[in-house]
Design a protein around this ligand. Structure first.
Ligand SMILES: Cc1cc2nc3c(=O)[nH]c(=O)nc-3n(C[C@H](O)[C@H](O)[C@H](O)COP(=O)(O)OP(=O)(O)OC[C@H]3O[C@@H](n4cnc5c(N)ncnc54)[C@H](O)[C@@H]3O)c2cc1C
Length: 445
């Protein structure tokens, strides 16, 4: 009899898992349960449709429902899983059905952490996630004059930028001292914030959200430690919390980051159960501390590992060094692992080198400054973190530096790295090498 593989969740992790399971065991009966109306779309593109850089939501769909059916993946849309029993090996779904499984993959993802304030039941509070709801909200945005974005998270940065593009009066409210303070240092965030201010954004840092007040059931103002801010809309961009309610109820072990604990094969503490994506936690490659709530690319890769192994194959997942990057205001920012601020807060010893280079040959049109900051472990000078701000070439450098962190490359290696010099795409002096040389000079080397 074909093995029955059930996946709870139709996001990047769940769909990655289902696809990999089917490839590993084409005869398997692979079923996916999702609360949403759709799978196979990119939520990552939603802020850019709101900002009008992407003309329509249809482009965000990566595969049709028929394509999944043709692959032999049986997707149950708008069907909530209400629990699972690892003894009986069944998943309960809304409506009362008990679905038997041989292997289960939990990919229930994340929800935005509740701001925990009064007024959360008001209309006009937007949690950006489901594409159908985003399509409806996009029409609402046409009538919005003033919006509050709650927290300068990665999504918060994207939504501030998108709403400004949309001509909306934007207030950013964040308890931290600068944008994305958990991942950046102030010198990296500063150009982004300046470009937002030039576009008319109002930035309320070191500011606590205290509640929302309404008018006729709809949000009319955000109450903050910096006073009342009138608004027609609030976008809740709080941190991503692991959605582990079902896993906890079923007795799966969760860890210090509140995610489901898995091994390198994405196997949970329960027999026959794997998990992947934003509902799990994985170790950081430098600190070994479990972390949770990474990116869509992490979720997809973890899903593939879980699906392959659940179906009887063999695939392992490595500790993460978390490259990140994004467009915010007129700038691109990005990095890997730790900022100076975060390393200091975590008590991780480090030395720092910073340099300002250029993205193309000095004389080539479009050349822009590119600031690079590198963090290394004292003594060994092994790279443990990086941050960058520029106008281009951030993603490729972040990916490269993440591999450097993972493989234990030192700042000495980076100081003498070879680099592409071609006027339209790269300067004679690579900014990463300049930052490494600055770090070495600071060490007296
Ligand atoms: C607006 C937005 C922008 C983003 N931008 C980026 C980006 O630029 N780059 C990037 O790498 N990533 C981005 N992401 C990805 C994101 O941050 C996550 O890492 C990714 O969505 C995690 O995938 P996941 O499958 O683990 O979980 P989720 O995407 O949270 O999916 C969870 C799935 O589980 C289902 N589910 C949950 N509970 C149940 C239940 N009880 N029964 C049935 N189904 C259930 C849901 O319906 C959903 O299908 C973005 C996400 C959003 C929403």
């Amino acid at each position: 009899m074909a093995q029955r593989i059930v996946v709870i969740g139709g996001g990047a992790a769940g769909i990655g898992a289902a696809g990999a399971a089917k490839v590993t065991d084409p005869a398997a009966d692979v079923r996916v349960y999702t609360e949403f109306e759709d799978v196979g779309y990119s939520p990552c593109g939603i802020p850019y449709v709101h900002g009008k850089e992407i003309p329509d939501f249809q482009r965000l769909f990566l595969a049709t429902k028929e394509a999944y059916a043709q692959q032999g993946i049986d997707i149950h849309y708008e069907t909530q899983a209400t629990g699972f029993d690892t003894g009986k090996k069944t998943v309960s779904v809304a409506g009362g059905d008990e679905v038997p499984y041989d292997r289960l993959i939990v990919a229930t993802g994340f929800h935005y952490a509740s701001p925990g304030v009064a007024g959360l039941d008001l209309e006009g509070l937007y949690y950006v996630k489901n594409i159908r709801r985003a399509m409806e909200w996009d029409k609402t945005l046409d009538g919005v004059r003033s919006a509050v974005v709650v927290e300068a998270s990665p999504l918060g940065l994207e939504m501030v930028t998108a709403l400004l593009h949309r001509g909306i009066d934007v207030h950013l409210v964040d308890p931290g001292p600068w944008a994305l303070a958990a991942a950046t240092d102030p010198d990296i965030a500063a150009p982004v914030q300046e470009s937002w201010l030039e576009k008319g954004a109002k930035l309320h840092f070191n500011t606590t959200l205290q509640g929302f007040t309404g008018d006729g059931g709809a949000v009319a103002a955000a109450q903050t430690s910096d006073g009342e801010i009138a608004c027609d809309l609030a976008v809740i961009c709080t941190g991503k919390a692991a959605n582990t309610a079902l896993a906890r109820a079923a007795g799966l072990q969760t860890g210090s980051a509140d995610g489901i604990v898995v091994d390198e094969r994405m196997k949970t503490s329960a027999p026959g159960v794997w998990a992947a994506g934003d509902c799990i936690e994985v170790p950081h490659s430098v600190s070994n501390i479990p972390i949770q709530g990474l990116s869509g690319s992490h979720a997809y890769a973890q899903g593939k590992v879980a699906g392959t192994n659940a179906a009887g194959g063999e695939r392992r997942y490595q500790p993460v060094s978390v490259p990140w990057g994004m467009v915010a205001g007129d700038w691109m920012i990005g990095g890997v692992s730790f900022s100076e601020t975060l390393a200091t807060a975590l008590g991780i010893p480090h030395v720092v080198g910073t340099a300002e280079g250029i993205s193309r040959a000095r004389y080539y049109p479009g050349m822009a400054k590119l600031r690079v900051k590198l963090l290394a472990e004292p003594g060994t000078l092994r790279l443990i973190g990086a941050q960058m701000v520029g106008r281009e070439g951030i993603k490729e450098r972040a990916d490269f530096l993440a591999m450097a962190v993972r493989t234990g490359i030192t700042v000495g290696d980076l100081a003498t790295m070879e680099n592409v010099y071609s006027p339209p795409i790269g300067a004679l002096n690579e900014p990463i090498a300049l930052a490494a040389q600055a770090l070495l000079a600071g060490q007296g080397s």
